[in-house]
Design a protein. Structure first.
Length: 186
């Protein structure tokens, strides 16, 4: 998964998702907030106890699904307690140090802070993917423009140590036409 915090909380992001159902049918609705914790061997982030975002109002039996920008306030540095030897890296550039992380979420009663849910946790291997290396066509190879435009592009991944190396990975291939015959293509 991405080491950049913004990749988890930007609008439309769905890497970090959390769903829950309020099951107390004796209540018409309830005001809740979340407590979020992210931990690795040398970094811990947790929602500050005094942080009060606008309350989420939940009704019995209705699924609440959160992702992306729904977590933005919870991951604002001023709303987090950040501890650990790697905290400066995160604070300076918004990037988690690479490694294994545990993401946990709990639902709390809004005014009192009493925990209303079981803790829900998931593990993620966070690593900045190396770019793939093109293996075909070879660098410096002439590609005949008169042939049909069926040029096979192949690349080799270099993140084989990550358990998530090929899951959800996307690449953008950009091809440029050189119109100046004297331009150095390299």
């Amino acid at each position: 998964y991405s080491p950049y915090l913004n990749d988890y909380i930007s609008p439309g992001a769905n890497t970090l998702k959390y769903s829950f159902v309020f099951n107390d049918f004796r209540e018409a609705s309830w005001q809740v907030r979340l407590r979020v914790r992210i931990e690795s061997s040398d970094l811990k982030l947790e929602t500050r106890p005094e942080f009060r975002p606008p309350p989420m109002i939940v009704t019995p039996g209705v699924l609440v699904s959160l992702s992306g920008s729904d977590f933005a306030e919870y991951f604002d540095f001023k709303n987090l307690t950040i501890l650990g030897s790697s905290s400066n890296i995160l604070l300076q550039n918004g990037r988690f140090p690479e490694g294994n992380y545990t993401f946990c979420v709990e639902v709390l009663d809004y005014p009192s802070g009493i925990v209303l849910s079981n803790i829900s946790c998931a593990n993620a291997w966070i690593r900045l993917n190396d770019p793939p290396r093109v293996i075909s066509p070879l660098c410096g190879t002439y590609v005949d423009p008169t042939l049909p435009l069926n040029i096979p592009f192949q690349w080799q991944l270099f993140n084989s140590i990550s358990p998530n190396a090929t899951l959800g990975t996307e690449y953008r291939l950009v091809i440029y036409e050189l119109t100046d015959p004297y331009a150095n293509p390299f």
